[in-house]
Design a protein around this ligand. Structure first.
Ligand code: EPZ
Length: 420
């Protein structure tokens, strides 16, 4: 797995470039299956989840080749539609292949993606929507078998604006007969990026980012080149890195319009943030102020993927803050680790009460999930002494070079082997 060793107490100062968004490129990689040829994806992050998605595409007969930050995917030789259970267990978001493989092959066999450390992660909304679109689905021995004579457009109301369910419906609807309308879809920027990618290939989709998405079925797509949007969660993570270390940072290729909920909370805590067209500058205050309440909500609300990072920041803010995690059932595993570093956090179900302390103390802590692990690195930046964050692979699922980037900003952080 590997570990990160951080020496705290150094205010960050420097510039770094944000790479392509993990949660945009994963559905876009799934979408390449809809075109039987080569698709070129620029600014593709070389993170563990993308490498896993490439292995899944190769398992159904596709090939992929890196050219620097560009990934060329060739799906012309895709032939089978059974996704290996081992790969699904490595990355539960491989369920996003349901829509595109059904769109191309009208059949798929995939193991049930289990839950993960942040919650049970059901897929009932995905399956209910696909059944409405004419897909027969059997669930047996932990596998999902889907078959259809042809996908038909449908009017679908999502009980919850699920990101993955919205993406699967969009992908399945591209070649459907007729029109598909999605009410109460997810409105994340990654949904808009998927719409833009598919429309560039020749799909007819409109309304992504609003309360209703309309997809009119087409018969074929064409080969394109596409640049993925910057990762708003990596951007938010690095903004917090500057804030928690009492430093400053200039982030290039950063879209502030995707982070208004985060920016407003950081300003409320006393940070100075300047937004330009595609860059952001942040300077930390001498003292961080606590925030009454932060509630995680679907976009454009405060993102659940930034909950752990803002919690780390609040542990050293003056006063008491409350977080309400409204999206996932058990997304507070990082709290116990922060408490080991001297944080004062009380957990009451989905509520976390954080009382600021003067400083955190370095400790050996464990990453249990991607964003919780990133939060522990952030805590290490301000802790007194040395912090070791174990289980680095969780973090590398979504951050291509968090140690290199933070070193560029002046941090003392190294990746070390487990046995060190
Ligand atoms: C996506 O997961 C992201 N992953 C997650 O990012 C992110 O936290 C999440 O959206 C919410 O923004 C990717 O895009 C690859 P959901 P997804 O379906 O699609 C419930 C990260 O750190 N639900 O919007 O799985 C579900 O239980 C990851 O980058 C159902 O009940 O999220 C959860 O409580 C973590 N039934 C809520 O909806 C369903 O059929 C949000 O899930 C589907 C979801």
């Amino acid at each position: 797995m590997g570990k990160f060793r951080i020496k705290g107490g150094i205010p960050l100062k420097g510039e770094v470039r944000i790479g392509g968004a993990k949660n945009a490129v994963l559905p876009i990689l799934a979408a390449t299956v809809l075109y039987p040829g080569i698709t070129c994806i620029h600014d593709c992050p070389k993170i563990v989840d993308v490498l896993t998605m490439i292995r899944i595409l190769e398992s159904i007969g596709c090939t992929a080749k890196w050219e620097g930050k560009t990934l060329l995917v060739d799906t012309s030789t895709a032939s089978n539609f059974e996704i290996p259970a081992k790969l699904v267990s490595e990355m539960r978001s491989s369920i996003i292949l349901l829509g595109s493989i059904l769109g191309r092959f009208h059949e798929i066999k995939i193991s049930y993606p289990g839950g993960c450390s942040i919650g049970p992660r059901p897929i009932d909304l995905h399956l209910k929507a696909l059944r409405q679109m004419g897909v027969r689905i059997e669930e047996e021995h932990g596998y999902i078998l889907c078959k259809t004579e042809g996908i038909t457009g449908a009017k679908i109301h999502l009980d919850f604006p699920s990101v993955g369910a919205t993406e699967n419906i969009m992908l399945a609807a591209v070649f459907a007969k007729g029109r598909t309308v999605v009410y109460n879809p997810a409105k994340e920027p990654e949904i808009v990026d998927l719409q833009n990618f598919l429309n560039r290939m020749g799909a007819v989709i409109r309304g992504a980012g609003t309360n209703t998405i309309v997809i009119d079925g087409v018969t074929k797509l064409s080969s394109i080149e596409y640049t993925v949007i910057p990762d708003r969660i990596v951007t938010g993570t690095y903004l917090v890195a500057a804030a928690i270390s009492g430093g400053e940072a200039l982030l290039h290729n950063a879209q502030s319009k995707h982070l208004y909920a985060i920016i407003s909370k950081l300003r409320e805590m006393g940070c100075m943030i300047q937004e330009e067209k595609d860059q952001m500058y942040i300077k930390a205050p001498s003292h961080l102020k606590a925030i009454d309440t932060i509630r995680t909500y679907p976009y454009p609300g405060f993102p659940t993927d930034m909950q752990a990072q803002i919690m780390a920041l609040l542990t050293i803010a003056k006063g008491t803050s409350i977080i309400s995690e409204n999206i996932f059932e058990s997304r507070y595993k990082h709290a116990e680790e922060l408490i080991r570093m001297g944080a004062h956090i009380q957990l009451e179900g989905k509520i976390a009460i954080i009382t600021g302390v003067d400083r955190l103390m370095g400790a050996v802590v464990k990453a249990e999930d991607l964003r919780g692990g990133a939060a522990l690195i952030l805590a290490g930046l301000c802790a007194e002494g040395e912090t070791i964050v174990c289980n680095s692979r969780h973090i590398e699922r979504g951050y291509q070079q968090i140690d290199e980037d933070l070193r560029t900003l002046g941090a003392s952080i190294q990746k070390i082997k487990d046995e060190e």
